[in-house]
Design a binder for this molecule. Structure first.
Ligand code: NAD
Length: 488
């Protein structure tokens, strides 16, 4: 039976005024399982609610300690309901239950970390040019934040933004992806249960029109967006019309560099996990492998062998290692890019097709050789289980190959030479480098891209900074006179 969800505005579910709705589908079964609001007019209602909460509600005068208490309570409630939330995420985007469960259980740690900062936001006392002034700064919240979220890790990526913005004292209008609209609503419902005042967290579901209404709304003080580069350009342009700043967390084409001294088994595991985890539908997918020629044959045969053995199937089964693509459109895009690589003369060493037994949206883990850095499959983000493999012979050559990309989100380096590892970290033009590991993230570690992978950071101390602004206060203490017509 189809479930129906309204928007969450000002602390309650609110039906879309025009009654416009859209459906959400289970990518494994193909069944429509829920219907949600898709009404761009609701954005204005949500912005008004967020503005009132920011300016006049109890949130406006709440101490950092009290904000932290609410955030921690929300974290506890999300952990309490983690299993159920994970089931819904898996139902909505087809990600394996092992990952959605781990992510749902991690949300509390993100809220807890940022809650710890809520009562430690301090300004500075600034030295005065003359003794008769007291000059100081205050760190104040940015205001109403528009948060636009993708479908691949809906709750996790939302919480990466929510933690710091709530700690800062901001309020939010959130738009989850049209592919995964439900869990953000459930998070907002739990925020009310935790005691958050109405209007602090608002969720408006829907598609591009709703996203565009948020990015162009003059009542929004900052946009935080995670998604693809093409959408980001629309968001940045719309925000720029109002001079609204934006954080953009975008895609990648991340290199995995394996030197000849690397442990081949560990590197193989890293390559497989880097690209086939989440069916490659992760921004940090390690999609370009560069393997030293001396060990290339060995590592490629291990990767191809293991790619053929990955357990695909029902994503809600804990034994499943790889689920389906999240939508028909996503599957068609992945297959189209594999076909284009074939047409350009690449060799499909593994996969390259829809699984003959499972059919539907299950694209087999794919390994492609016979490509160079100009091949479209090496340059463009696939956002699917597709690994390209090239070889190299020396450090300078691989640095050039790895950096020859429009993207700069992350990179993996596999070597036992400590100096080489750190040298590579220094030379790679990316936001995150993993050495002898891959795909680690933490609330404590800033995360975000270089180049076309975006700007601004989620996580870590910097993320809080992004939701604060500095106010400078000058106080004249002694009634001394100065020429009011001269600045100084
Ligand atoms: P997307 O760009 O298609 O959608 C992202 C969000 O933008 C969705 O909520 C969507 O409904 C909304 N949107 C669509 N059109 C809009 C418009 N015109 N104006 C405003 N909003 C609009 O991305 P996606 O397919 O949901 O997610 C996949 C992409 O996200 C990949 O490129 C992936 O690499 C990237 N991603 C980046 C990170 C990161 O932290 N860097 C994390 C996860 C995913």
């Amino acid at each position: 039976m189809t479930e129906t969800y309204d928007n969450w505005i000002n602390g309650a579910f609110l039906a879309p005024r025009a009654g416009k709705r859209m459906v959400t589908t289970n990518p494994y079964s193909g069944d429509v399982w829920a219907e949600v609001a898709d009404d761009a007019d609701a954005v204005d209602q949500a912005v008004q609610a967020a503005r009132s909460a920011f300016n006049d509600g109890p949130w406006a005068t709440m101490s950092g300690r009290e904000r932290a208490r609410l955030m921690r309570k929300l974290g506890e409630l999300l952990t309490r309901d983690a299993e159920a939330l994970a089931q819904i995420e898996t139902r909505d985007n087809g990600k394996i239950i092992r990952e959605t469960t781990a992510q749902a259980k991690s949300l509390e740690s993100y809220l807890d970390y940022f809650a710890g900062m809520a009562d430690k936001i301090v300004g500075q006392q600034i030295p005065s040019p003359t003794p008769n002034f007291l000059v100081y700064t205050e760190r104040v919240p940015k205001g109403v934040i528009g948060a636009i979220i993708p479908w691949n890790s809906p709750l996790a990526l939302l919480t990466w933004k929510l933690g710091p913005l709530l700690a800062a004292g901001c309020t939010a209008v959130i738009k989850p992806s049209d592919i995964t609209p439900v869990t953000a609503l459930l998070l907002a419902e739990r925020a009310a249960e935790a005691g958050f005042p109405p209007g602090v967290i608002n969720v408006v579901t829907g598609g591009a029109e709703v996203g565009a209404a948020i990015s162009s709304h003059p009542g929004i003080d900052k946009i935080t967006f995670t998604g693809g580069g093409a959408t980001a350009r629309h968001v940045a342009k719309a925000a720029a019309e109002n001079l609204t700043p934006a954080v953009l967390e975008l895609g990648g084409k991340s290199p995995q560099i394996i030197f000849s001294d690397a442990d081949p088994e560990a590197a193989t595991n890293g390559l497989l996990a880097g690209i086939f985890a989440a069916s490659g539908q992760t921004c940090v997918a390690g999609s370009r492998a560069y393997i030293h020629a001396d060990i290339a044959e060995d590592v490629i045969s291990r990767v191809v062998g293991r790619a053929g053995e990955l357990v695909m199937g029902d994503p809600s089964d804990v034994a499943t290692e790889m689920g389906p693509a999240a939508s028909d459109g996503q599957r068609d895009r992945i297959l189209g890019m594999i076909d284009a690589a074939r047409d350009e003369g690449a060799t499909i060493a593994a996969g390259g097709v829809v699984d003959p037994d499972l059919g539907g949206r299950f694209v087999r883990p794919t390994v492609i050789t016979g490509v160079d850095n100009q091949s479209s499959i090496v340059r463009e983000e696939v956002f699917g289980p597709v690994l390209t493999v090239m070889t190299f012979t020396d450090e300078d050559e691989v640095v050039k190959l790895a950096n020859d990309s429009d993207y700069g989100l992350a990179a993996g380096v596999w070597t036992n030479d400590i100096r080489l590892g750190h040298r590579m970290a220094r030379k790679l033009e990316v936001g995150t480098v993993w050495i002898n590991t891959y795909r680690n993230v933490s609330y404590m570690a800033p995360f975000g891209g270089f180049k076309q992978s975006g700007y601004g950071k989620d996580n870590g101390l910097e993320a809080l900074d992004g939701f604060l602004q500095t106010k400078t206060v000058w106080v004249e203490l002694e009634g001394a006179t100065r020429d009011p017509f001269v600045i100084g």
